[in-house]
Design a protein around this ligand. Structure first.
Ligand SMILES: [Zn+2]
Length: 316
């Protein structure tokens, strides 16, 4: 049994621990929703494509606007009902990406992408879950204005939680795409990979979309075999994370690797190798002698690797 490493207090996983009461029973009540958009307690997040609009602050910026403040920023598209916090409504209000871009010229605003907000801690962490909810929802609406069954223009209903087709009467619901992200473990070593999109020093968990008709465990085994030539036996679910880029759910797992010899898929990865717990601990804490790193605490990969580094052996 390897000695247990302790990396200190576990940081918060980004976009999780939402304080929102989604209040789904209120979504069909158009009168109630309209009244909330006129309620002075209501706050909205303002999003234009990939860009989030923030009110400039000192330590952190403020991502919330009164609905009329949001409308004054430019032509709006959808307003989606996110839920309630302390009984007050929260909405996500969409601008076009072009009108959000134009707001970059204003001195009193910061207009920036959500990844940068999360990694740099530009807003209070409690705002990240509703920002993720709003961004994923508004992205879905922007790409589902027409019926996938008959091609007619659809209408947003139920506070944004459905689009209805007036022609074929079909209903369309916002979706989230499941992605497995996993650490394959063999003895006292874990398998990490590098995508060509990563910073040059960054190593992370392997990941891939769950396919139709596939169980989470089978997706973990397939992706690990496809990307690294490693067969896996037992698979444990650990925890999950909404990942609004554009609208995924990351399903964190650990897998028992059955062979050592890596055969890397060069179309998917530019590196794949085994790492010891000590080396991963140094990478997580940004103390690796060669400057290698793992993803920051905002990302689920950090927590999957950390949970293994801090485990004492009995993994499965
Ligand atoms: Zn239709």
């Amino acid at each position: 049994m390897s000695p247990r490493l302790d990396l200190g207090p576990t940081p918060r996983l980004g976009y999780t621990q939402s304080l929102i009461d989604r209040a789904a029973e209120k979504r069909p009540d158009t009168t109630w929703l309209a009244a909330r958009l006129a309620d002075p307690r209501t706050l909205a997040y303002v999003i234009g494509g990939e860009l989030i609009v923030l009110k400039k602050g000192d330590d952190v910026h403020n991502p919330t606007f009164a609905p009329e403040e949001a409308r004054a920023l430019g032509p709006t598209v959808e307003a989606v009902f996110l839920g309630l916090i302390d009984g007050a409504a929260r909405f996500g209000i969409g601008l076009t990406q072009a009108s959000a871009e134009a707001l970059k010229a204003r001195d009193d605003l910061v207009v920036i992408d959500l990844r940068s907000i999360a990694i740099q801690g530009l807003v209070e962490p409690g705002h990240l879950p509703p920002l993720a909810e709003a961004k994923a929802m508004l992205h879905w609406h922007a790409r589902h204005r027409f019926c996938s069954n008959c091609g007619a223009k659809t209408d947003m209903v139920e506070g944004g939680w459905k689009r209805a087709c007036p022609a074929c009467k079909g209903d369309h619901f916002p979706r989230t795409d499941p992605v497995v992200i996993m650490l394959a473990v063999r003895g006292d070593r874990g398998l990490l990979g590098r995508s060509g999109r990563f910073a040059a020093t960054m190593w992370s968990c392997l990941a891939g979309f769950v396919e139709p008709g596939e169980a989470i465990e089978d997706a973990v085994r397939r992706e690990t075999l496809e990307e690294a030539g490693i067969r896996c036996g037992r698979v444990n679910y650990l925890f999950s994370q909404p990942w609004p880029f554009p609208m995924s759910l990351m399903i964190g797992c650990r897998a028992e690797a059955l062979n050592d010899d890596i055969v890397m898929d060069q179309n998917e990865l530019v590196g794949a190798r085994w790492f010891s717990k000590d080396e991963c601990a140094a990478m997580l804490m940004r103390k690796h002698p060669e400057g290698l790193t793992c993803p920051p605490p905002v990302a689920i990969a950090h927590h999957i690797i950390r949970a293994w580094v801090e485990s004492d052996g009995a993994l499965f």
